[in-house]
Structures are given as structure tokens and as C-alpha cells.
Unconditional design. Structure first.
Length: 706
């Protein structure tokens, strides 16, 4: 019934027109939801979708996010199959695969392509010769018999053994131990029967982030769980149990308590061996889930557990370049990798231009290479329930011949099958075509990183004294994207690069607590509190790392693992509680959703007192709120700030100095006696104002209109 009343309030005097929708809303309240808040907002917004486009500002209609707000899939994943791979053609009475067709991109009529593996005793009794596919002779095909789930194989290209770039598994010692009982080191491709014995049936769909603000936490999977306690166990028993440990250990509900609605994992496709997280970006097989951490089925189960909790899984993907060497001994990529596929003229099939990381750029001018990369990402959505992608080195792709064409084709295909997929391009501004609607000639990404916020505000100012902070710079940084037509930007106070790269590249090279550390714990806590609130509440897209929320110091290179024991410190526990409540408020209130973006989010900045106020509005319900952030180390009593409207009163709904966060709780005591009413007193160029009893050092208040 509460949902019915809330939805009724939303449509106000237009309720009669949408009465059928109200009835549907009432029926939906019978569902056994675990929690009300965010789900109710989502249900109301979905039911009342005709209202949204009427009230979206015209300036926003150029963005892909608005185009896809209510977009339904044009294609059914039931009809999707990648262009290459192993496709089962026959099963036995138990449903186990026994025969299949293998299809491989060769694009070279001079190559002899064969297959050896467990299915033919590794060529002991002859090899399987592939022949050109009559439907497209750039691919070669053949019929495999005696196959079985988990079997391993390699391709033979003119006699040279190579892995299959389109295999769903590239074997690791961890995978071999689980499937074969021994930790053989060989890098072979493996057949994973994704529609049979290896299939996972999800209990939930990927999380749809289109109608809410997005709060992402970014982490490497090994760093996430290494120090996580589950009963008497700390971390997974073995590396190969990592996916299972994430699913079963209680870490997902813990992350949910932080209010996030998305987790971004550093790449989890097959990559060069190495314990340091940077090796994850050396992907050599974009179809294959990294089998060091578990099997594809275990990975799918883990993603589904996140989806059930309302947390979208965002994969960091690297379609920009690939390694042509790495690993040791029987896993040596220089001998087994995709760079050994050659076209008829001798050039590398997948690409041969060197990148700045001594890898090779994919050949985006080749439509077959583009198809290969697109299919790998579509596979991740279809079979694993992935809700989003971060496209690494997006600018590097744009700069390559055929790169922009590839990006448009990739995003168009994703939108056709799964339009809700959140796609963030790692580019830092200056190109509004990145997030412009595909219909308007743009590239169609959901968002891109906002470099100016970190490099123009966080990095230069967060480590300085209060009096050195220029609030006018913050004003310009918050206001400028709207004028640049780049409002769909992702703000971050830290990320894996900025916590690692070192000052030579412009980043701080450490976690945020180390960036601002001046020996005073209260400054580290206060600046974390204020800067996180600014990055979150001034935007519709926000990213941080778990390490920020627990005041972890050091660098992501030297101590990547999350140090959960820091939460035993009451001050840090209070900080994490505050950030969790702030994030939950942010993701569950439509005022912060992108479709409610407007040019005057920055209500005012006060350079004398180092205070910023933000004004967020839900045009559908005509509700509004203010966020007040003290960026300085001093407390302010009876702080007055200007507001554009007259009449009404506001209630403080979140106070960083509240008792639950270890604060003095002064505002609660004062506002119990009198409301915060809009007064006919001018301030900061506005005709009216609100007066706050107490604004603590680095304090954050959220005020809702009553």
C-alpha cells in the first residue's frame, strides 16, 4: 500500500490518466521484496515511464542514456551465437556432448589448420583437419567426435600448436587441479559445455542501472577477498576457490550494506600469469573467464549472487590491445598466442601495431577482428549476466584506424541485445561524441570518466590546507560538463590507476588517505567524508574503492588487499557507516538519477567559508533537496545559504555529525525544537535562504523539503 501511495503522489493531479498504472503498482506491492526504498523508486519510475520523457530537459535528449531509458531489446539472446567456437551438434541420452562443430577464424587460404586434443589422443591417431566454411571461407570448420565437457585441445596452424582465441576456458594449474585432479601447468584451450554440463541457470537478471544514480566500487578480485574473514577462515582456501568464496562468504551482503549498486572488477578474462593486478590487463583470450579463480559456472553463480543482491557486475575489458609474449615454459604466449595467426600476406591476423605497453593493437579495420571482440563481450552478457563494462584505453581505440567504427558497432550490438548494459569508456573528456546517442551519430557509451574532477580538484586541493582551496575552481568543475554536453561523466575520488601510478603521471600514486595524510587522523577522515560526498552528490555516477571507505593507506601496488581489520577502529567504522548511508541515499533517490540532471546542480560556493551547496530535483514528483558540504576543517554555526525558492521548510535527513557516526548530534537537538524554514532573507545572490544551526568540520548535511 505504501508503494501505491508513493506512486499516486508522483502523478499528482494526472492520476486519472495513469490509473491503470496505479493499479499495477498496487498489485506489485504484494511481491515479497526484502526492502522497500530503492525497489519502490524503481517500480514507480518503470510504471510511470511515459512521464519521464515529458520532463527530461531538452539538453539531455542528445545522450545515449536518455535514448535507452525505456529501450527494449531488439534482438533475443536465444538467437545469438558467436561467429567462432565449438558448437555441440550431438548429445547422448544423459545430455552430455559427444560431437560438435569447431569454427576458427583463419582468413588465410594458405594455412593448414588442424586440431589435436583429448578427443583424438593429441594426434596420436591423426589430427582433425579443418576446411573452409562454405558460408564464409575466412573461417575454417570441422566435425569433432568423442568430445566431452572440460576436454583440452590446441590448434595446429601449419604445424605450430596454438591456443584457440575463442575458447571459453584457457587452462591454468588451478583449473586442471579442479577438472583433472592434478595441477598441470600446460596452457591449453578447453571445451566448456556452456549449454550442457557447464551451464548455470541464473536466479536473477542483470541489474538495470538506467533509472538510478550509479555508485561503483572498483577492486581486483584477489584483493577483495584475501583478508576477508568467513568464520575461522581468512580468504579462499585456494586461488581456484575464489569465485565460490565470494559467493558464499558473506562479502556480498557486506558490500550491499555500503549502498553500492555496482561493483567493477579489474579484468577477469584470461590474462598473463602474475600476482600483481596489472597483469590482469594483459588479456590474451577475451572469450575466456579467468580460470585461476574458478570455473565459468562458478563465475556465473558469483555474478548471479551479486545480481540477486541488487549489485550490477561491471567487467573491466581490454579490447584495445593484446599481449604477444608472457608466461613461462609450457604456458609461453610467444609460442602459443594469437599473434601467431597470419594472413596470406604474412601480417598478423589480429593486429601488429605496437602499443605504448609493448603489446599489440587489434586491427580494427578488419571486420572479422571486430566481430571477434564484439562476440566475446556479448557472450559475457548472455552466459554470465554481466550488467556493464568499463572499456579500458577507450581513447587508444578511438585513435586507431577503424577504432571509432568498432566502438559504434560494439555498443550498437550490445544495445540491440541488452540495452540496459552500463558502458563506461576510459576517456577523460573533450569529446562529447562518446556519450552522444547512437541515433545522433554518437558512439553511444553510457558514461566516460571525468578527468577534471580528479586532476583539477581532488589531486591539487585535497592534500592542501583549507585556506588554499579555491571554491571557484570547484564551481567550474561541477558546472562545465553541462555546457560541454558531457554531463554523463563518472566522478571518482580514487581509482586503481590513481592509487598506483605515481606522481610522474599526474596521479597521486596512493590511496586517498595517504594523499591527504598530514599526520592528523581527523583530517584524513574529514577529507574522505567531504570529498566523497562532493564527487557523489554533484553527479549521477560515482566510483571509489573499498580502501577509501576504510581509510586504508599505502598504494594499490604494494598493499592491494583490502584491510578489513581497520574497521575495528571505531572512528573508521563510523566513517564507513556514514559513507554507506550516504551511498544508499544517493542510489535510492531519483533526484540524483541522470534523467534529472540540470545545469544548476551547483547552488552556490562560498570561498570565505569553503562551503558548497548542491541542489538536486526530481522533476517527476517536483521534490527537491539540498546537500551542504563543508570542505574545510573549521566548524560553522548558524550558516546561512541562499536558495531560489520561497516558502516551505526542510528537514535534515542525513547529518555526518549525527550520533550514529560518532558526532555531537547538535542539529538533531536543535531541529527537534524548530524546523528549517525558508526565510525571506537574501544570501549568495538569492532572494531567500536557509539557516543551518551547525555545520561541522568537513561536515555533510542533506536537507529534504517537507
Amino acid at each position: 500500500m505504501k508503494l501505491f501511495l508513493d506512486c499516486t503522489f508522483v502523478v499528482e493531479d494526472r492520476m486519472k490518466k495513469y490509473l491503470p498504472l496505479m493499479i499495477l503498482a498496487l498489485i506489485s506491492t504484494l511481491a515479497p521484496w526484502n526492502s522497500y526504498g530503492a525497489r519502490a523508486s524503481t517500480i514507480c519510475n518503470n510504471l510511470l515511464s511515459p512521464l519521464n520523457m515529458e520532463l527530461v530537459l531538452p539538453d539531455l535528449k542528445q545522450y545515449e542514456l536518455i535514448r535507452i531509458l525505456d529501450l527494449k531489446p531488439a534482438k533475443d539472446f536465444k538467437n545469438f551465437a558467436p561467429a567462432e567456437g565449438i558448437f555441440v551438434t550431438q548429445r547422448d541420452g544423459q545430455g552430455h556432448a559427444t560431437e560438435a562443430t569447431i569454427r576458427v577464424l583463419a582468413d588465410n587460404p594458405n594455412e593448414v589448420v588442424e586440431v589435436v586434443g583429448d578427443f583424438n589422443s593429441w594426434g596420436l591417431h591423426g589430427t582433425l583437419h579443418l576446411h573452409p566454411d562454405p558460408a564464409d571461407p575466412r573461417y575454417v570448420i570441422g566435425n569433432m567426435t568423442n568430445i566431452f565437457h572440460g576436454m583440452q585441445y590446441r590448434l595446429l596452424i601449419n604445424g605450430q600448436q596454438l591456443i584457440d582465441p575463442a575458447a571459453l576456458v584457457q587452462a591454468t594449474p588451478e583449473f586442471n587441479l579442479k577438472m583433472k585432479g592434478n595441477a598441470e601447468p600446460y596452457l591449453n584451450s578447453a571445451f566448456w559445455d556452456i549449454e550442457g554440463q557447464g551451464k548455470y541457470i541464473p536466479k536473477s537478471k542483470p541489474v538495470d542501472l538506467r533509472r538510478s544514480a550509479v555508485a561503483v566500487t572498483e577492486i581486483d578480485i584477489a584483493a577483495l577477498v584475501k583478508n576477508w574473514r568467513h568464520g575461522n577462515q581468512v580468504g579462499p582456501k585456494s586461488r581456484g576457490e575464489t569465485y565460490n568464496f565470494v559467493t558464499q562468504s558473506g562479502i556480498i551482503p557486506f558490500l550491499k550494506s555500503w549502498g553500492i549498486n555496482a561493483i567493477e572488477f579489474l579484468p577477469l578474462t584470461a590474462s598473463v600469469d602474475g600476482d600483481v593486478w596489472s597483469y590482469r590487463y594483459l588479456n590474451f583470450a577475451p572469450f575466456a573467464v579467468d580460470s585461476r579463480w574458478g570455473t565459468p559456472k562458478e563465475f556465473a553463480r558469483m555474478v548471479d549472487a551479486f545480481n540477486q543482491a541488487g549489485i550490477a557486475v561491471v567487467l573491466d575489458v581490454v579490447p584495445a590491445h593484446f599481449p604477444y609474449y608472457g608466461n613461462q615454459g609450457p604456458r609461453d604466449l610467444s609460442k602459443l598466442g594469437m599473434q601467431n595467426f597470419r594472413k596470406a600476406d604474412g601480417r598478423s591476423l589480429f593486429g601488429e601495431t605496437k602499443s605504448e605497453w609493448d603489446t599489440r593493437r587489434y586491427d580494427f579495420q578488419n571486420p572479422y577482428v571486430r566481430r571477434y571482440l564484439i562476440d566475446g563481450m556479448l557472450n559475457a552478457i548472455k552466459y554470465y549476466g554481466i550488467g556493464g563494462f568499463r572499456i579500458d584505453n577507450y581513447m587508444g581505440i578511438q585513435a586507431q584506424p577503424g577504432g571509432v567504427q568498432f566502438l559504434k558497432e560494439l555498443i550498437s550490438e550490445i544495445r540491440a541485445y541488452a540495452p540496459a548494459t552500463w558502458i563506461n569508456g576510459e576517456t577523460f573528456g573533450g569529446d562529447n561524441s562518446v556519450t552522444r546517442s547512437l541515433d545522433l551519430g554518437g558512439q553511444g557509451a553510457s558514461t566516460h570518466n571525468y578527468g577534471d574532477f580528479f586532476f583539477g580538484a581532488v589531486y591539487p586541493f585535497a592534500k592542501r590546507r583549507t585556506e588554499e582551496l579555491d571554491m571557484n575552481v570547484l564551481r567550474n568543475i561541477i558546472r562545465s560538463p553541462y555546457g560541454w554536453k558531457e554531463s554523463a561523466t563518472l566522478y571518482n575520488v580514487t581509482n586503481h590507476d590513481e592509487a598506483s601510478n605515481g606522481t610522474g603521471g599526474g596521479a597521486n600514486g596512493a590511496y586517498f588517505a595517504s594523499l591527504v595524510s598530514g599526520g592528523r587522523k581527523e583530517d584524513m577522515i574529514g577529507k574522505t567524508r567531504a570529498w566523497s560526498a562532493l564527487g557523489m552528490l554533484a553527479s549521477s555516477f560515482y566510483l571509489d574503492m573499498p580502501q577509501l571507505r576504510i581509510l586504508q593507506q599505502g598504494t594499490f601496488y604494494k598493499n592491494a588487499a583490502v584491510e578489513y581489520d581497520l574497521l575495528n577502529d571505531p572512528d573508521i567504522s563510523h566513517l564507513a557507516q556514514y559513507l554507506g548511508d550516504l551511498t544508499q541515499y544517493y542510489t535510492s533517490h531519483p533526484e540524483f538519477a541522470f534523467y534529472n540532471t540540470h545545469p544548476d546542480i551547483e547552488n552556490h560556493v562560498d570561498n570565505d567559508h569553503k562551503v558548497a551547496t548542491l541542489h538536486r530535483i526530481d522533476r517527476q514528483s517536483n521534490r527537491d533537496l539540498y546537500a551542504v558540504i563543508n570542505m574545510g576543517h573549521h566548524e560553522i554555526r548558524n550558516y546561512r545559504f541562499g536558495v531560489p525558492s520561497e516558502g516551505g521548510s526542510y528537514a535534515i535527513v542525513l547529518d555526518s555529525s549525527g550520533a550514529k557516526y560518532g558526532g555531537p548530534n547538535e542539529n538533531a537537538r536543535v531541529t527537534q525544537q524548530r524546523p528549517l524554514s525558508v526565510e525571506n532573507i537574501g544570501a549568495h545572490g538569492r532572494s531567500h535562504s536557509l539557516n543551518l544551526p551547525y555545520l561541522p568540520p568537513y561536515g555533510v548535511l542533506i536537507l529534504e523539503k517537507r
